[in-house]
Design a protein around this ligand. Structure first.
Ligand code: URP
Ligand code: ZN
Length: 483
């Protein structure tokens, strides 16, 4: 069975040209003029792109006394509906839990995934067992480890643990990720706000000013530099952490930054809404910021100091959010966005001239495929790549609404946003999942994508680390001690 996408304009991260694309089974078989197959899809007026990759989702995640509401079934349907053909979720061991046991639990959740997926492993505690099991996790195709510098008393790791883990990542050819916020300061600020009677959702934003993010980003960058390992900073929300990344990159460090579509387009005024539910539904960490920070993030994407736009999709229902009535620290942190990331980014980015089409492909797909070491199997329109393809209609209009969305929650943080630009067809490893707004995604089609450790970047860093390592100066004629 073969399919051909006819008359499309192919857009990749570095070029744009007109051609047909032939899909055989689950791969791209050929690209060229006048290809023919059993099924032909007319892409006239559309752009043919590599499927989006969202490297930051939390599906059915145990967190803050509950579970995020979207599982791998609804979450991957939401992804496909918005043009994303692969998600990378976080496996989150409980404190003292074996990483391998946690991985088994996460594996069990994926049987209904309708698009491909991979995992990052979270380091939530430290000890010999974690040190040893990290090697097995890498062998299983998961060479990336997330560290929470926030959530004191729950997921947070201290600097000594982070340094030990980063060194282990360096030795294993793995990439450390960090959630950069100073958890000690956030905890102290939260306590003070509550004591002063500031218990509403706006207290969440007050408790996490941009400075706590900037400090943590700088600290993580320094620790990665000492360990001789690259670093990926998730959900960069403000100029302070962007500035840290920019500065590190100018110094030659391999530091990557990932803003979210929410931070790019929604601002802090959401937390001051008079409606408690409205504000609480938008509680996530880091919180939304003001326009100055948003401008900084957009500039980072176009200039290349930030590389990836993700969602951190971690959706909770209104009922779950209401656990925090009277105490903002108990509102489950997280928002949805999987279905909306690409249409909103296209509308606010490409349609306004803040991003080119090629930059759009780079930040939604190709860059992360390269950073996570799965390029060109993913993130590329080339012969032999997985046929994860989006036929993007730049004229398709939609008003975002919770009604009819794939996510199971009862609201959408982008409610009422009008988008122009959305998928017309979406193929996931050769299977048609979206056709003209109709979701044909097949539950169970999604497969785990194993990833190799990072040879090039880690080898470069460890070589330089070795060349510049402290060396004892061998001296002759050492004077006698002065005593
Ligand atoms: N971001 C957020 O508020 N929730 C998901 C967990 C995390 O990544 O911090
Ligand atoms: Zn996080």
């Amino acid at each position: 069975m073969s399919k051909v996408i006819k008359n499309g304009t192919i857009v990749t991260a570095d070029r744009t040209w007109k051609a047909d694309v032939l899909i055989k089974h689950d791969k791209i078989e050929a690209i060229g003029p006048d290809l023919h197959g059993d099924h032909e899809f007319d892409a006239t007026g559309c752009y043919v792109m590599p499927g989006g990759i969202d490297p930051h989702t939390h599906l059915e995640m145990p967190f803050m006394g509950t579970y995020s509401a979207d599982d791998f079934e609804s979450g991957t349907r939401a992804a496909l509906a918005g043009g994303t053909t692969m998600v990378v979720d976080f496996c989150l061991p409980a404190p003292q839990q074996s990483l391998l046991e946690a991985l088994q639990m996460w594996d069990n959740k994926t049987s209904k995934a309708s698009c491909d997926y991979s995992f990052h492993m979270a380091i939530t505690w430290w000890g010999k067992q974690v040190f040893d099991e990290m090697a097995t996790v890498v062998d299983k195709g998961i060479p990336s480890f997330k560290h929470f510098m926030a959530y004191k008393g729950a997921l947070m790791v201290d600097d000594d643990e982070m340094y030990a883990s980063f060194q282990r990542c360096a030795a294993l050819g793995a990439l450390p990720l960090v959630h950069a916020e100073n958890g000690d300061v956030v905890a102290a600020l939260s306590e003070k706000l509550l004591a002063d009677g500031n218990n509403g959702p706006e207290g969440h934003a007050y408790s996490r000013p941009p400075e706590v993010e900037g400090e943590a980003a700088n600290r993580a960058i320094m620790i990665a530099d000492m360990a001789g390992v690259p670093l990926y900073i998730v959900h960069v929300s403000c100029e302070q952490s962007h500035e840290a990344i920019r500065r590190a990159r100018q110094k030659g460090m391999r530091v990557y930054g990932e803003p979210l579509i929410q931070h790019l387009t929604l601002d802090e005024s959401e937390y001051f809404d008079k409606d408690w539910d409205h504000a609480a539904r938008r509680v996530m960490s880091p919180p939304f910021r003001n326009k100055m920070h948003q401008d900084s993030l957009w500039a980072g994407l176009s200039s290349g100091s930030l590389q990836v736009v993700a969602t951190d999709h971690c959706a909770f229902t209104t009922k779950q959010k209401r656990t925090g009535v009277g105490d903002f620290t108990k509102i489950p942190n997280g928002t949805g966005g999987l279905e909306d990331r690409m249409p909103v980014l296209w509308t606010r980015g490409v349609n306004t001239g803040r991003l080119t089409m090629n930059e759009f492909v780079a930040v939604t797909s190709t860059n992360i495929a390269k950073i996570l070491n799965m390029y060109p199997r993913k993130g590329a329109i080339v012969e032999g790549a997985d046929a994860d393809i989006v036929v993007w209609d730049p004229k398709r209009k939609k008003t975002i609404s919770a009604k009819g969305q794939q996510s199971v929650i009862d609201y959408n943080v982008f409610e009422g946003v009008e988008v122009t630009g959305a998928p017309r067809f979406v193929f996931t490893r050769g299977e048609l999942a979206i056709e003209e707004s109709k979701v044909e995604a097949r539950s169970g089609h999604g497969e785990f994508v194993p990833r190799e450790p990072y040879q090039a970047v880690n080898r470069a860093l460890s070589t330089w680390k070795e060349i510049t390592a402290p060396r004892k100066v061998e001296r002759t004629g050492i004077p006698a001690t002065g005593v």
